[in-house]
Design a protein around this ligand. Structure first.
Ligand SMILES: [Zn+2]
Ligand SMILES: [Zn+2]
Ligand SMILES: [Zn+2]
Length: 934
């Protein structure tokens, strides 16, 4: 039935489109932001205010952006946009990590190994530089498209001269403080990549290794076995047969009990608790050696410093030591020590003052020779290749007791995925304990930095607590050199304040490339002298700094250096893997140089996985490419997805999840559109708003609710819990606004007089709602809110053109005032549930079709009755969209429905008792008559 009064009603209208078409509209909008320098305008707007500095962790410049990048950058943008609306100046300088092995590896692949090895260092570095810069451009476009505001034209690159120099400036501070030393130490070594690896570059994965049991014959009899006839052996166990040629000692567990098993006339020493198990593996009968009628059982201390014959090199002896790390679960309770190839072994033997033997070169091949310290019979063999030969050698000698394969967790190179070796080499280290770096860093972590989520503090705390000294040298080309020299005349290592200052000057001026092209004489000046022999021929050494050092000193090269930033920064935000990466290298260099953490707060995020919790990979076909999603659905969908997930843990994404996100987007968009449609070209807050005191009761209740929601949103943003922002807003918009309040208001908005107080009252609150939602959603739906700007009342959007420039929303009610009103709304909503049920029942049995046709008799308990009839009581009939609500006090909530009194109004379709005919308009209610001026 057509409504002939339709044109007399104030129906909603807006030019804000219902269909978003983000994929098309966003690029145009983005161009507008760029052409009109919105980021620069924003910096200008908050100039002179307190700064909030979120320091960007530099992504690695190799390849296009993935969903993890998108989540990272969008999260940062959400924070900056929020802080900026609060009035902070939020300079955001994006950065890129440009040095390091992955890029060098790409160049190596490009050239082929042979050509690569023949290419001069400066040429290789040029190619690496080119590769990094090209990838930065690719990534930069991707990040911008996501709507991320920042100083994209002036990012920081770790290959800038300034950054190179900062590397050495921090190095010098720490060197002067005595934290940096050159040491001989087993480090993870990748023989494929020819480099030492940091802990962060190690991935653990299962590996099948040969595990062997070997007898090492003692050169003297231990106490208690003096009268034993045959030879006495230690039975050792190892999973790295190739370390046997460099065996220097065995370790037994202090205070553990050891026994001797008799086999083929020999006494085989092993831990008592493991003895039967070992015999079973060896295929021996378990027959203990008896001494004075009792099994021979002695503590480990009995064997302390006894000697045995080195299993490969005749005439060489090893020594038995005691060490706590010996396990009691596997093996024999006696561990062979190759201190050149194991960390525990290294420390045990170092304590003994032993010379460390390390017979394996950079390629993982045994040095050629016949003496201990070379490969001996295995000269020139690769360690993997040597394993079976060594096992065979021991078998022929009759010292192999047993052999079996075991699968165990073993360190692998993060880059080439090959198993790594431990290898004692000359490296540069940062000492964690010599000058208390560990202690100060831990104090900063625990007492001076806020961690989000809180437990991240334990995670990085445990890592700092347990980490070994930081090996900062790498044997590669693409990085910042460690500024040390070797005297060509006497071999002395040279590094002092004068040489360091000269290098800092050199890097400022020419960058670290100069290290590889300029001669030390040309820039060292008077510092070009060997303090030992007085010679002037210094050779620049070739180790470079760990790439984590590079990005780690960005607090110096960027936060401290750039005048628009500050140090320490307010917040760092990265993936949780950065606890052992950038969070840590930044912490250690900042604490090392200045004694303070480089950040006041750290936000740690999880990884992006597919809908089933699997890693995204090309082979699984489950990769979500953020830029492709932008092209198909729009960046705001990606942004809304980021806000909807709990980023503090691993998060899921697939096309189904994005489709749901897209639905949620429509709910938000439709709500914005409705609010715009009832205000556009009709309501200007300054002209039309109703004073808070004069608002209709229902509107005042909603204003109270809005005040509460805003407080929740604010608190969630404060704690960087975007998914709580999303959840609170989604529930508010969908379950409260769309389904309840906005529906209830339609009658007043459409049918009351245009300028009536009742209608203006509704619009006043809807304007507050729009104002709030635009600001609350601006950090998330940055494009969409920006689109809405043009359609909103001017004063409501601070007379701004761009959404980023809005000020944060503050409700006109205080939380205290809201708290007085909210119980009334809660009671009304509780009763609404009961009424809705009664209406549904009545509709189901066919009594009524529309809720307007009924009146409700409701019984409510005393407390609710008092609220619903008290000072702040609202019109429940309007709220429930029924003709009347009769309230009675009773025990429990209940409601019954009856036919409405009066007749249906032709204009508003409400049932009202009319006072009479209104000049020819017979079926018109009094309110509509007034609106029509009858
Ligand atoms: Zn490798
Ligand atoms: Zn010298
Ligand atoms: Zn009417």
């Amino acid at each position: 039935m057509a409504n002939e009064y339709k044109k007399t009603m104030n129906l909603p209208k807006t030019a804000f489109p219902m269909r978003a078409g983000l994929a098309k509209s966003e690029p145009v909008r983005l161009k507008g932001w760029q052409d009109n320098h919105v980021y620069e305008q924003l910096m200008k707007k908050n100039e002179g205010h307190d700064k909030f500095v979120l320091h960007d962790g530099p992504p690695y410049a190799n390849g296009p952006i993935h969903l993890g990048h998108a989540m990272n950058k969008i999260s940062k943008d959400i924070i900056n946009r929020y802080r900026s609306m609060q009035g902070y100046q939020t300079p955001y300088v994006p950065g890129w990590d440009c040095h390091g092995q992955p890029i060098e590896h790409k160049v190596e692949e490009m050239l082929g190994i042979e050509k690569f090895n023949q290419t001069p260092v400066d040429k290789i570095r040029e190619l690496c530089n080119k590769f990094a810069v090209e990838n930065i451009d690719l990534q930069r476009e991707g990040f911008k498209r996501l709507g991320v505001l920042g100083d994209w034209d002036n990012p920081y690159l770790t290959l800038y001269h300034q950054h190179d120099a900062a590397d050495i400036e921090v190095f010098k501070e720490m060197f002067d403080a005595g934290m940096i030393y050159r040491g001989h130490k087993p480090v993870h070594w990748c023989k494929h990549c020819h480099t030492a690896l940091a802990e962060a570059e190690i991935e653990y994965g299962d590996e099948t290794s040969p595990s062997i049991y070997v007898r090492f014959e003692l050169t003297s009899k231990p106490a208690g076995l003096e009268n034993f006839d045959g030879p006495v052996d230690f039975v050792i166990w190892t999973t790295t047969p190739w370390t046997i040629p460099s065996d220097q000692a065995v370790s037994l567990k202090p205070e553990a009990i050891y026994v001797a098993v008799e086999h083929e006339g020999r006494a085989e020493i092993m831990m008592k608790s493991l003895a039967e198990q070992v015999c079973e593996i060896a295929g021996w009968e378990y027959s203990p050696v008896m001494v004075d009628g009792k099994p021979y059982e002695v503590p480990a201390e009995t064997f302390d410093h006894l000697h045995y014959k080195q299993p490969v090199f005749d005439g060489v002896e090893g020594v038995a030591l005691l060490a706590d790390y010996v396990g009691t679960e596997d093996g024999t309770g006696i561990v062979h020590n190759s201190p050149g190839h194991g960390v525990d072994d290294y420390y045990v033997c170092l304590k003994e003052g032993m010379d460390i033997c390390m017979p394996v070169d950079d390629d993982g091949r045994f040095y050629v020779g016949e003496d201990f310290g070379t490969g001996g019979p295995f000269s020139g063999m690769d360690t993997d290749e040597a394993n079976p030969h060594i096992i065979e050698f021991l078998r022929e000698r009759g010292t192999l007791v047993a052999e079996k394969k075991i699968t165990h967790s073993y360190p692998h190179c993060w880059r080439c995925k090959n198993p790594v070796l431990f290898r004692a080499t000359d490296q540069w280290f940062v000492s964690m304990d010599k000058t208390g770096l560990r202690e100060t860093a831990l104090d900063q972590v625990k007492n001076h930095v806020a961690w989000y989520p809180e437990h991240a503090s334990n995670r990085i705390g445990a890592m700092v607590e347990q980490r070994p000294d930081w090996c900062i040298s790498r044997q590669r080309n693409w990085g910042v050199p460690i500024p040390s020299y070797t005297c060509a005349d006497c071999g002395e290592k040279i590094m002092n304040d004068d040489t360091l200052d000269a290098v800092i000057r050199l890097f400022h001026e020419k960058g670290s490339d100069a290290w590889f092209t300029d001669t030390p004489e040309s820039y060292l000046g008077d510092a070009c002298v060997c303090p030992k022999c007085g010679g002037h021929h210094l050779k620049a050494d070739r180790d470079i700094l760990d790439v984590w050092w590079d990005s780690g000193v960005s607090w110096k090269a960027v936060c401290e250096f750039r005048p628009e930033l500050k140090y320490p920064a307010d917040v760092y935000l990265e993936g949780s893997d950065q606890h052992r990466g950038w969070f840590q290298s930044s912490l250690l260099t900042s604490v090392g140089a200045n004694g303070v953490a480089p950040y006041k707060a750290v936000i740690s995020q999880g990884f992006t996985l597919d809908g089933q919790g699997r890693k995204m990979s090309k082979s699984l076909g489950n990769v979500i490419d953020p830029n492709k999603i932008c092209d198909e659905m729009g960046a705001d969908i990606v942004r809304l997805w980021v806000s909807s997930v709990d980023t503090s843990t691993d998060v899921a994404c697939d096309h189904e999840i994005l489709a749901r996100t897209s639905d949620a987007y429509r709910r938000f968009r439709n709500t914005l559109r409705f609010l715009l449609s009832v205000l556009e070209d009709d309501f200007e807050p300054e002209r039309d708003a109703v004073a808070i005191a004069d608002l209709m009761p229902l509107d005042k209740l909603m204003l109270a609710r809005l005040t509460q929601v805003q407080a929740e949103v604010d608190a969630a943003y404060e704690r960087y819990e975007f998914n709580r922002v999303y959840r609170v807003l989604y529930d508010f918009v969908v379950t409260e606004l769309s389904n309840v309040y906005l529906d209830a208001l339609k009658d007043r908005l459409y049918c009351d007089g245009v300028d009536s107080v009742s209608r203006r009252s509704a619009q006043t609150v809807l304007a507050e709602l729009l104002s709030m939602l635009m600001r609350d959603l601006q950090p998330i739906l940055s494009y969409t809110v920006d689109e809405a700007m043009a359609f909103a009342p001017r004063s409501l959007v601070d007379n701004q053109t761009y959404a980023a420039m809005l000020d944060w929303y503050r409700s006109p009610l205080s939380m205290d005032e809201a708290a007085h009103l909210l119980p009334v709304l809660e009671a009304a909503i509780e009763l609404r549930g009961v009424v809705t049920k009664a209406l549904e029942d009545a509709r189901a049995d066919g009594s009524f079709t529309k809720s307007q046709e009924v009146r409700v008799k409701a019984i409510v308990p005393a407390e609710a009755y008092a609220l619903l009839t008290g000072e702040h009581a609202c019109d429940l009939a309007e709220f429930y969209i029924v003709s009347e609500v009769d309230l009675e006090q009773g025990e429990d909530f209940s409601a019954t429905v009856e036919a409405a009194h009066g007749e249906k109004c032709d204009r508003c379709w409400n049932f009202r008792e009319s006072t009479g005919a209104h000049g020819g308009h017979e079926h018109i209610c009094d309110r509509c008559a007034a609106a029509l001026g009858l």
